[in-house]
Design a binder for this molecule. Structure first.
Ligand code: DLZ
Length: 159
């Protein structure tokens, strides 16, 4: 899936509505360089939007679901970050499916926005290109945080 067609949500436009918003980032630890870049992007987006998130580290992307399930009890939005590379795991489909289905189910069941910042790539090069490093073409950690904050703001006046 390419980033073509993604909305341009400007963090500065969210500051006036993000006051007091409690946001948690849950971040896996596999593939350190790419994970650090995703986390950096998510923190950049949060701070530019006037949000100061907490960061919870879990070992792998499989653990994102259980951590998110707990965190949605106490936060207005959660952003899940992970990197799964096909070459890196014979369990690629299982780990990707657990993270994707688990996070989507938690978000729908609880009504709490969950930003999906889990890269599921065939190669490390693809993941680097989406990680928000200076030479990357996409910044998925930033995008996931913007989506979570913007969704929380969109819902807060109606619920
Ligand atoms: C086991 C495993 C493998 C092989 N590869 C990855 C990966 O590429 N990315 C990732 O985030 N996690 C990986 N894991 C770890 C699992 O997510 C999980 O942490 C372990 O199976 C322990 O539950």
């Amino acid at each position: 899936m390419s980033g073509h067609g993604a909305p341009q949500i400007e963090p500065e436009n969210l500051i006036s509505q993000s006051g007091g918003m409690r946001v948690a980032i849950v971040a896996a630890q596999w593939h350190t360089q790419i994970m650090d870049a995703l986390l950096d992007g998510a923190l950049r987006a949060a701070r530019a939007s006037g949000v100061d998130p907490v960061v919870v580290r879990v070992p792998g992307s499989f653990e994102l679901t259980v951590a998110t399930a707990r965190l949605v009890r106490s936060f207005d939005a959660v952003v899940a970050l992970g990197v799964v590379i096909r070459g890196g795991t014979p369990h690629f489909e299982y780990v990707c499916q657990a993270a994707t289905m688990g996070l989507s189910e938690i978000s729908a069941r609880t009504g709490t926005p969950v930003g999906f910042g889990v890269l599921t790539c065939d190669t490390e090069e693809q993941a680097l290109d989406r990680s928000g490093l200076p030479d990357s073409s996409e910044d998925k950690g930033f995008e996931a945080m913007m989506a979570a904050i913007a969704t929380s703001i969109a819902l807060q006046q109606w619920t």
